[in-house]
Design a protein. Structure first.
Length: 185
């Protein structure tokens, strides 16, 4: 899967910065309004010249602070401003990702049931949820790594299954130590 960054209004100035994480060099994209994308090391597309490097708008600095806290073993108590674009269905699924607690998981099927309930539907396909989760432009912050396959099987993740396993293991380790487990570096 490639980095999921959408900018529907081509003339909006986009900013880019790089964050050195335990997972490797993460690229953060955003506008003055908020974080628009987070790309993992192995999934990065070449950066087009529509991005401005250098000065960082406040939302990118907030995203870096959020990641600093997350990778130091804290549960960040804020979410940086986010400026993401998707269908109403995708946006609903992405908002519901925030309901999955730190260190916990939910299956695609369980998420489908929750979305169907929210929409007043009898049922929803797990595959539809998988497509929406897979289009999440800001993984980790909107924790799509916490959505797993049937019987807890690790499937589908932008950074790969090993990265998903790392994030889930990291959260379990931190959760087991009172939400603060020291620095992963």
């Amino acid at each position: 899967m490639q980095c999921n960054v959408a900018c529907p209004l081509f003339f909006i100035e986009m900013f880019v910065t790089h964050y050195n994480s335990p997972l490797g060099n993460i690229t953060l994209f955003g506008t003055e309004r908020g974080l628009s994308g987070l790309c993992f090391p192995l999934t990065q597309k070449p950066i087009a010249n529509v991005f401005t490097e250098g000065s960082k708008p406040h939302p990118l600095r907030e995203a870096e602070e959020w990641l600093n806290r997350y990778f130091s073993g804290e549960i960040p108590n804020f979410l940086p401003a986010i400026d993401i674009h998707g269908t109403p269905f995708q946006r609903l699924v992405w908002s519901m990702l925030q309901d999955v607690s730190y260190g916990e998981t939910i299956t695609y099927g369980e998420m489908a049931k929750a979305v169907a309930d929210r929409l007043g539907m009898k049922r929803m396909s797990a595959q539809a949820i998988g497509r929406a989760v897979g289009a999440n432009p800001v993984p980790i912050l909107l924790p799509c790594h916490r959505v797993v396959g049937r019987r807890g099987r690790l499937v589908g993740y932008a950074g790969g299954v090993n990265m998903k396993r790392f994030l889930l293991d990291w959260e379990q380790q931190c959760k087991g130590q009172g939400f603060l487990c020291g620095n992963v570096w």
